[in-house]
Design a protein around this ligand. Structure first.
Ligand SMILES: NC(=O)c1ccc[n+]([C@@H]2O[C@H](COP(=O)([O-])OP(=O)(O)OC[C@H]3O[C@@H](n4cnc5c(N)ncnc54)[C@H](O)[C@@H]3O)[C@@H](O)[C@H]2O)c1
Length: 318
């Protein structure tokens, strides 16, 4: 039986990943510091409600705390790591770059160091599509240069890729960084567009549409993201970074249109200029991960409907 250590286990992707791993018979150990970057109750409910009846071990603690982490590594005899804990979110990072550097760079380095010391078989970690910055070549490929990040968040994610490369090179540890592209779905993050749009449309408030709607994304449904992450966890590759996202480029306006249909309500749109640090388009070339046999299958019509159904039942606004 494989024992997997998930960092950021109370998070959106972490909790969904934990559920799938436990379902297939893996043992799961998690850490989360339940910080208040967004609603702490949602994080608690992912553990208490979404993972109700599931067997796992959860440590409340901080990945910046090397000694605390070391106790976990010593005690738990972990086989593999999926490192998802991070300060996520591009906009908040502009005002708070220090905590991003601390958590994302120092925290990741702590985990890499301990993973070498405790002979972890595979270290899979979250990078981000934001590393591509204002890349002008579409779709974004892992071979493109990512030397020009445009937010502190993106710079920390690129730094984790560099640090992982060092640990793979020097110590021969297996590491793969996953560049997630705009993940959405039930139990999602309140700071992300779909969540904010749904909340405001239901409340009859207007929604802020950045870059006047001239944005496009490979929106990535959570179940596809989880299955791709597990594919990489099982593959035990020696070193790499990989794009992981939906296979269809969708415009923001179409995304909103589908949401309006699912909610049965039109959005009042507040057309806004581009936000600093944000990018107009993130489109993924996912051929590298496809070669491992993975493919995304969820269309936005289905994914957004699942999100809306969950949102309404969770917030009881039916
Ligand atoms: N959701 C997306 O669209 C997306 C896109 C690109 C990259 N990512 C990356 O994927 C990972 C997971 O993202 P998510 O959407 O699930 O975010 P999330 O914020 O829901 O999950 C991250 C979890 O990490 C925890 N955490 C933060 N700092 C910590 C610390 N110092 N110690 C311990 N725990 C800590 C948080 O409390 C949270 O529960 C992150 O690394 C994020 O940067 C996500």
């Amino acid at each position: 039986m494989t024992k997997v250590f998930i960092t950021g286990g109370a998070g959106f992707i972490g909790s969904n990943l934990a559920k799938k791993l436990i379902d297939r018979g893996d043992q799961v150990v998690m850490i989360d510091n339940f910080n208040d970057y967004y609603d702490v109750k949602l994080k608690q409910d992912r553990i208490k409600k979404f993972l109700k009846g599931y067997k796992f071990k959860l440590y409340k603690g901080d990945i910046r705390d090397y000694k605390f982490l070391e106790k976990i590594y010593k005690k738990e005899k972990i086989d593999k790591v999926v490192h998802l804990a991070a300060m996520a979110g591009v906009r908040y990072a502009i005002e708070n770059p220090m905590i991003y550097a601390e958590v994302n760079v120092l925290g990741t380095t702590n985990l890499l160091q301990l993973s070498v010391r405790y002979k972890i078989k595979n270290f899979v970690y979250a990078s981000s599509s934001s590393v591509y910055g204002n890349n002008k070549k579409f779709p974004f490929s892992e071979n493109d240069s990512v030397d020009a990040p445009i937010s502190p968040y993106a710079a920390t994610k690129k730094s984790t890729e560099l640090m992982a490369h060092v640990f793979s090179h020097v110590h021969g540890m297996k590491t793969t960084g996953l560049r997630y592209f705009t993940v959405y779905g039930p139990w999602g993050r309140p700071d992300m567009a779909l969540f904010k749009f749904t909340k405001n449309i239901l409340a009859g408030k207007s929604i802020d549409v950045y870059n006047r709607g001239k944005m496009s994304r490979n929106f990535s449904y959570i179940d596809d993201i989880v299955s791709g992450t597990i594919t990489v966890l099982d593959a035990d590759l020696s070193y790499g970074v990989m794009n992981i996202g939906g296979d269809k480029e969708e415009t923001l306006m179409r995304y909103i249109e589908v949401l309006e249909k699912c909610l049965g309500k039109k959005a009042k749109k507040n057309m806004m200029p581009m936000q600093p640090g944000d990018v107009p388009s993130t489109v993924a070339d996912i051929s590298k991960l496809r070669k491992l046999g993975w493919k995304p299958t969820t269309r936005i019509e289905e994914g957004i409907k699942n999100f809306v159904d969950w949102y309404k039942s969770y917030y009881e606004t039916k």
